[in-house]
Ligand binder design. Structure first.
Ligand code: G
Ligand code: G
Ligand code: MN
Ligand code: NA
Length: 254
C-alpha cells in the first residue's frame, strides 16, 4: 500500500530512468542493439527494483502511465543518439500485457511516435509469452496492428508459459527471447539444453530470430553458438547501464 502511494507520485516527480543492456550477435559478438530497462530512484537515492514495483504497477493499472513515460523516454533517447551520430542498433522496450489490453494503447504509441519522429523499426516491443497466452486471439490482433505500424516485436521470457506450437506460428513476431532460466542451466542440465536447441530450431523454421537472455559465461555462449542461436544478452557482455555509459561506448563506430 505504501509502495502504491509512492509509485503514484513517481511519474510526476521524475523518479524513473531508463537503463540499457546491450545485445550481441552470437557469431562474432558485435553489438546489435539494446534492451531498455526501467529504474526507479526514490528521493533518498534508494533504488527500487522493477521486479518489485512492476507487479504492483500492473495490479493498480499505474503501468499504463509508467509504460507511456518509458516508451516516450526511449524514443527521446533514440532521437538524441541519432542526432549525435551514434550507432546503437535496435532498442527494445518491455510492454506489459496490462498496457497492451488498454484500449488506448495503439493510439498512445502512435502519438509518441508522431511527436518524437522516431522510425518504429528502430524499436522492438517485448511482450511476455505468459501475457500473450492469456488471450491469444486478441493478442494476435494487437500484435498485427503494432507490426503494421512498423515495430519489430518479440516474445519475452519464452519457454516457461507453454504456448502451443500453433499459437507460436500465428503470433506475428520477429524475435523469440529464450528465458534466462534455460540459459542458466544450459551447461549442466540436458533438458535445458534440449529445450533451448528445440526452441532455436523451431523458431528458425518459423522464420524468427532467437535471442538468449541471461548469458553470463563464455561456456554458455559457446553452447548457444553451436545450437545456432542468433543473439545473446547478459552479464557476460554488460549489465544494464545508464545512457551515459552507452554514449561513452558508442562514440566509437560499430
Ligand atoms: O533488471 P531487471 O531488474 O531490470 O528487471 C526486472 C523485471 O522487470 C524484468 O522482468 C523486466 O522485464 C521488467 N521490466 C524492466 N523494465 C520494464 C519496463 O519498462 N516495463 C515493463 N513492463 N517491465 C519492465
Ligand atoms: O524479464 P526480462 O527478460 O525483461 O528481464 C530482464 C532482467 O534480466 C533484468 O532484471 C536484467 O537486469 C536481468 N538480467 C540481464 N542479464 C542478466 C544476466 O546475465 N544474469 C542475470 N541473472 N540476470 C540478468
Ligand atoms: Mn525483456
Ligand atoms: Na526477458
Amino acid at each position: 500500500v505504501a509502495l502504491t502511494k509512492l509509485l503514484r507520485k513517481a511519474v510526476s516527480k521524475h523518479q524513473f530512468r531508463a537503463h540499457y543492456q546491450s545485445k550481441h550477435a552470437v557469431e562474432d559478438g558485435r553489438l546489435t542493439g539494446y534492451e531498455a530497462l526501467i529504474r526507479w530512484q526514490l528521493d533518498d537515492g534508494v533504488l527500487v527494483s522493477p521486479a518489485q514495483f512492476i507487479p504492483v504497477a500492473e495490479e493498480t493499472g499505474l503501468i499504463v502511465e509508467i509504460g507511456r513515460w518509458m516508451l516516450a523516454e526511449v524514443c527521446r533517447q533514440i532521437t538524441e543518439w541519432r542526432r549525435l551520430g551514434y550507432s546503437f542498433g535496435r532498442v527494445s522496450v518491455n510492454i506489459s500485457g496490462r498496457q497492451l489490453t488498454d484500449p488506448e494503447f495503439v493510439t498512445t504509441v502512435a502519438e509518441i511516435i508522431g511527436k518524437t519522429g522516431v522510425d518504429p523499426s528502430d524499436l522492438e516491443l517485448e511482450i511476455t509469452e505468459s501475457w500473450l497466452m492469456v488471450d491469444p486471439e486478441r493478442s494476435t490482433e494487437i500484435l498485427r496492428a503494432l507490426r503494421g505500424m512498423g515495430f519489430k516485436l518479440s516474445i519475452d521470457d519464452f519457454g516457461i508459459a507453454y504456448s502451443s506450437m500453433n499459437y507460436l506460428k500465428h503470433f506475428p513476431v520477429d524475435v523469440i527471447k529464450v528465458d534466462r532460466s534455460f540459459v542458466r542451466d544450459i551447461l549442466t542440465d540436458r533438458d535445458s539444453q534440449a529445450i533451448v536447441s528445440a526452441i532455436i530450431a523451431m523458431g528458425h523454421n518459423l522464420g524468427r530470430e532467437i535471442v538468449a537472455e541471461g548469458v553470463e559465461t563464455r561456456g554458455q555462449l559457446d553452447m548457444l553458438r553451436s545450437a545456432g542461436c542468433d543473439e545473446a544478452q547478459g552479464y557476460l557482455f554488460s549489465r544494464p547501464v545508464p545512457p551515459e555509459d552507452v554514449e561513452r561506448a558508442r562514440r566509437m563506430p560499430l
